[in-house]
Design a protein around this ligand. Sequence first.
Ligand code: NAD
Ligand code: GDD
Length: 338
Amino acid sequence: MKKVIVLGGGGFIGGHLAKRLKENGNYVRICDIKNHEYFDHREICNEFILGDLTDPKTVELVIAEGWDEVYQLAADMGGAGYIFTGQNDANVMQNSALINLNVAKEATVKNIKKLFYSSSACIYPENNQLDPNNPNCEESSAYPANPDSEYGWEKLFSERLFKAYKRNYNLNVRIARFHNIFGPQGTWKGGKEKAPAAMLRKAAETPDGGSFEVWGDGQQTRSFLYVEECVTAVLSLMESEFEGPVNIGSEEKVTINQLAQMAIDISGKDITIKNIYGQEFIDKYGFKCPLGVRGRNSDNALFKKELGWEVSAPLIEGMTKTYEWISEVISQHQLVEA
Ligand code: NAD
Ligand code: GDD
């Protein structure tokens, strides 16, 4: 039995990862600034410490001497509506950088055997993601750096921070760059939700014959990876000798309108997409439409070469499961409100 710590285990990916680690027979400690909204803590860990990881004293308490593994997923993050409006840039950089600085130091001081760091596809240069049909997200293309968000710059800084701790203090690190992970028990409303949850929520809430908004012209591209596949990939990276950084994502690229249409088809309703952007968006919401890069797709060649991992299921499968979960949560909310 390994003793492992999941930082950010009160969140979406961290919760699923902690659950799998516990199911696999490990002793799991979580620290998060909030409780998990959708998992019972007993399902996902042995200990849940409610604490703020920007405070070095909390990190000293949470990271115990000689434990086997730390999974660092805690971050101030969200989808396009959170990280691309510009309104949260200072907090995102301050909070996430502080967490990572504290964790890198404490994991070294406490002789942690292995540390996982969750970076992002948002580190890739904007100039390589202008063509929606042919974005370049090969790991080696990260430099010269030109991320399109402060969130991406902080992730790049923290990748470098963990690699510096590896070089100077021999901290055994594994780094993955996640490409838009989705699934049940994730943020689906409130402004931090990403496109898959947003589309599924809108499809579930819109009446038959109605329409819902999709930001942008809908021709921007992305790929989306189901959370269980992400967890499997993280664990195989941790078990390997390969340090990364390596992409963890899907190569099934879709336009955002295709994603929205998929959500509509799953709902079985007759719903029309209304694309909103430019001045119309500003007039309605008071800020520029948060779009992010024009095109993005995971490039899994390196992961395949080093670890042999491949995505096992098509996007539609994960979207269908997530729709069932979101519909269920919405109906529970309606029951509480009634
Ligand atoms: P999430 O927001 O659900 O999880 C992050 C968790 O960190 C939250 O539970 C939050 O409360 C916690 N946290 C934030 N500040 C904290 C603090 N000061 N102290 C303690 N806990 C704090 O996000 P997620 O989707 O589960 O993402 C997990 C990690 O993966 C993050 O580092 C994120 O940047 C990275 N990532 C996610 C995606 C994605 O598509 N979900 C893509 C790229 C990278
Ligand atoms: N969130 C959201 N909500 N996005 C929408 C919506 C909506 O209602 N309608 C259209 N979009 C568009 C966004 O404008 C963007 O162009 C695209 O859908 C994808 O948005 P997100 O899923 O929110 O974010 P992202 O793919 O640009 O970035 C996400 O993935 C990164 C990793 O690949 C974020 O979660 C980042 O934090 C993450 O690092």
